[in-house]
Design a protein around this ligand. Structure first.
Ligand SMILES: NC(=O)c1ccc[n+]([C@@H]2O[C@H](COP(=O)([O-])OP(=O)(O)OC[C@H]3O[C@@H](n4cnc5c(N)ncnc54)[C@H](OP(=O)(O)O)[C@@H]3O)[C@@H](O)[C@H]2O)c1
Length: 265
């Protein structure tokens, strides 16, 4: 579908990747409703984007706030479900509240938003849902069981929803970023990218979002060949994938990442 003149709800708009997606959608002529908890950060982005953008703050871990966001969002052509928590660390390190928050923000909120917004799109015969998953939605790694559960979940949801919406004029795209440089949760952690694995930029993720909507793509990877090959290995031989990750130091790297992301629980 064409983005020019389309009305879009973007969650996680205050974050590294969300900022880039907001700018890319705005540059295509869409009017973007910017959502996240930090209203001040969203307000600065709205000022940068000008007239067509609007700020609609919400806490996606709070069910009442999700319902209020749905009410406020009104009629929309596109949903970009981008908000997410890193949710790294072993399962036993999560409090029950932290576990709920990860599931709510990363998985429950995208499903609830789609449930509420898709019927209007179908009625108008035009619309698109974009789900920002991760390579962790294709490959599970040490210290990422919770994060991967949410990101694998988004992939399954996207594939199923796309089939259900076939022929309605409403498309679904799932995007799988790898390690993203410059801004966002990986860059914020200040980790060195593992040897031999390249990074991609927030702008490349944003370009994939635009491509997914305009060309109605089912799934798009935003990751170098090494990571995409790793995802393929994990799909056909998960045991070998796990052994390979242990051999290249995946346990230590992921433990260090989890400790640096602990404040984002
Ligand atoms: N960066 C990477 O390398 C990478 C790789 C693969 C996938 N991803 C995915 O890309 C998406 C964007 O991540 P990012 O890298 O841009 O991370 P980020 O900079 O940490 O941004 C996360 C976004 O989620 C929002 N958020 C967090 N908790 C929320 C809550 N309770 N309610 C509403 N919004 C909430 C944050 O906004 P507030 O704090 O203002 O609420 C922020 O806008 C995520 O789904 C992530 O899993 C990122």
């Amino acid at each position: 579908m064409r983005l020019d003149g389309a009305s879009v709800l973007l969650t996680g708009a205050s974050g590294g990747i969300g900022n880039a997606i907001a700018r890319a959608l705005h540059a295509r002529g869409a009017s973007v409703k910017l959502s996240a908890r930090r209203g001040d950060v969203l307000e600065r982005l709205r000022e940068e984007l000008g007239g067509a953008a609007e700020v609609v703050p919400a806490d996606l871990a709070d069910r009442a706030s999700v319902s209020a966001l749905i009410e406020r969002a009104g009629e929309l052509d596109v949903l970009v479900a981008n908000a997410g928590l890193p949710a790294t660390g072993g399962l036993d390190s999560f409090s029950p509240e932290e576990l709920d928050r990860a599931l709510d923000v990363n998985l429950r909120a995208p499903l609830q938003l789609a449930r509420a917004l898709v019927p209007g799109m179908v009625e108008r015969g035009r619309g698109h849902v974009v789900l920002i998953s991760s390579v962790s939605g294709k490959v599970a790694s040490p210290n990422s069981s919770v994060y991967s559960a949410t990101k694998f979940g988004l992939r399954a949801f996207g594939q199923g929803l796309r089939q259900d919406l076939h022929g309605t004029g409403v498309g679904v795209t799932t995007v799988f970023p790898g390690f993203i440089s410059d801004a966002g949760m990986w860059a914020d952690a200040g980790m060195k990218t593992p040897t031999g694995v390249g990074t991609r930029s927030p702008e490349q993720v944003a370009n994939a979002v635009v491509k997914g909507i305009e060309r109605n793509k089912a799934e798009l990877d935003v990751a170098p060949l090494t990571l995409r090959a790793g995802a393929l290995l994990a799909a056909v031989a998960p045991g070998l994938s796990a052994r390979t990750q242990r051999l290249v130091g995946g346990v230590d790297i992921s433990a260090e990442l989890a400790s640096r992301q602990a404040d984002k629980r």
